[in-house]
Design a protein around this ligand. Structure first.
Ligand SMILES: [Zn+2]
Length: 114
């Protein structure tokens, strides 16, 4: 067995694999479905969470997940910065729609005398 880190052939193939990854990521980011899937994955990683505080060693697990999410964010921004901006705009728009829907719910409950 040889050390892939010291093998020019392995190094070349690893480099080509990353080039294909970024080309494919760019193609995925060009679609609404791709951006939505990545947004859910990033949400699960906790990358958008305001705080990961936990009074136990679980905080290490959550921090590692968020670090991985951050790695994906960096890849997305590298593959297509404009797609990353679009994803943030979509998050903002979805949050606004959510707030309005919640306000409408509140009004309905109030009209029913709660
Ligand atoms: Zn090799």
């Amino acid at each position: 067995m040889h050390d892939p880190r010291e093998c020019p052939g392995c190094e070349k193939r690893a480099k080509e694999r990353m080039e294909r990854y970024f080309t494919s990521l760019k193609a995925v980011l060009a679609t609404q479905a791709g951006r939505e899937v990545l947004d859910v994955i990033l949400d699960r990683s906790g990358v958008h969470a305001p705080s990961l505080w936990e009074p136990s060693s679980r905080i290490n697990y959550l921090t590692a997940r968020r670090d991985f999410g951050q790695e994906i964010v960096n890849d997305i921004a590298h593959a297509s910065f404009s797609a990353w901006v679009t994803m943030q705009q979509d998050r903002f728009n979805a949050a606004e729609i959510e707030v309005k829907a919640h306000e409408a719910d509140e009004k309905q409950y109030q009209r029913r005398g709660k």
